[in-house]
Write a protein that binds this ligand. Structure first.
Ligand code: NAD
Ligand code: LMR
Length: 333
């Protein structure tokens, strides 16, 4: 029996993500929480002929607590999205407080749940969740994840386009590491499961890397003020949740890049710090998942000179974003 909870379930991501979770046979109970509209979304989804029992909750009558009671996995897509011209960091002002309050609810009601943070800026909101958990004495770095799967999904798609065959997209694996914003997104294309043409270098390679790093902007621009990626994010969030649930059930060898506190696996985390040459607390790396969450943080593998430069370019922003999130919560260190 697995209970999944979506916080921000009535939103652009929340609705399609809840739909995908409702169709996941590993989930037996699905609770939807938002400040608006969850009774309607829940009633709608509840007619789908799959096992999960769906319920909707609003803030009134202790709705957050009721939604979270007994949760095994909590996904957070609550908060405002970007408009053209904004950075993800511009969302901090509003989303930091939203994520802090939701994290407080999880820490006090379902402290053992896996927490999947989608709300931007992920580089800072994950440290916020971690600090709230520390403050409540329930921090377990193995169970808190920043969802960076959309970057991985985009890398697969864009590489398949370069290879001229979109049907390859589902099987193309490219590790994307670092963080989740602009230059902190670092695709390790030299490790692509499907090698790129050797002719792809110079400007053409820069262009592909830039497209993966700024894929979010492509959608924000196309939506022209109506928000950012929602459907592709729902797909990516459901994919990561599915991997975690399969690993929790005991399936071995499931590895996915995700943004975690590097103490989740001390040896692996220390090795990452060595590889990047900086003592950061958080980094998105390929993580092996298991019943307790993080089993092992894997090495970044063989990185070429070009990728090492991308990593070095990511570090200053990443350090600033992490500090901004962590210091938002006044937790004992
Ligand atoms: P949206 O505005 O469509 O939906 C957000 C939902 O959050 C709304 O339904 C709103 O009512 C709800 N909400 C606001 N405050 C809340 C609170 N205190 N408690 C519960 N729910 C609350 O936005 P969206 O397009 O779904 O995007 C949501 C977030 O996800 C944004 O911050 C966006 O930047 C981020 N995002 C992250 C990724 C990623 O790769 N990690 C990808 C896309 C979007
Ligand atoms: C994305 O990568 O699509 C999301 O982080 C949303 C955004 O603001 O770009």
């Amino acid at each position: 029996m697995v209970k999944a909870v979506v916080l921000g379930a009535a939103g652009g991501i929340g609705q399609p993500l809840s739909l995908l979770l409702k169709t996941n046979p590993l989930i037996s109970e699905l609770s939807l929480y938002d400040i608006v509209n969850t009774p309607g979304v829940a009633a709608d989804l509840s007619h789908i002929a799959t096992p999960a029992k769906v319920q909707g909750f609003l803030p009134a009558d202790d709705g957050l607590k009721k939604a979270l009671t007994g949760a095994d996995i909590v996904v957070i897509p609550a908060g405002v999205p970007r408009k053209p011209g904004m950075t993800r960091d511009d969302l901090f002002k509003i989303n930091a407080g939203i994520v802090r309050d939701l994290a407080t609810g999880i820490a006090t009601t379902a402290p053992k749940a896996f927490v999947l943070v989608i709300s931007n800026p992920v580089n800072s909101t994950v440290p916020i969740v971690a600090e709230v958990f520390k403050k409540n004495g329930v921090f377990d770095p193995k169970r808190i994840f920043g969802v960076t799967t959309l970057d991985v999904v985009r890398a697969s798609t864009f590489v398949s386009e370069i290879l001229g065959d979109l049907s390859l997209a589902p099987s193309i694996k490219v590790p994307v590491v670092g963080g989740h914003s602009g230059v902190t997104i670092v695709p390790l294309l030299s490790q692509s499961s499907h090698p790129l043409p050797t002719s792809l270098k110079g400007d053409a390679l820069d262009k592909l890397v830039n497209r993966i790093q700024f894929g979010g902007d492509e959608v924000v621009k196309a939506k022209d003020g109506a928000g950012s990626a929602t459907l592709s994010m729902a797909y990516a969030g459901a994919e990561f949740a599915e991997k975690l649930l399969r690993a929790a059930k005991g399936e071995k060898g499931i590895v996915a890049p995700t943004y975690v506190h590097l103490s989740a696996d001390k040896a692996g985390g220390d090795a990452i710090k060595k590889e990047i040459g900086k003592d950061l607390d958080y980094f998105s790396a390929p993580v092996e998942l298991g019943p307790e969450g993080v089993v092992k943080i894997n090495s970044l593998g063989k990185i070429n000179e070009y990728e090492q430069k991308l990593i070095q370019a990511a570090l200053p922003d990443l350090a600033t974003n992490i500090e901004k999130g962590a210091s938002f919560i006044d937790a004992p260190k």
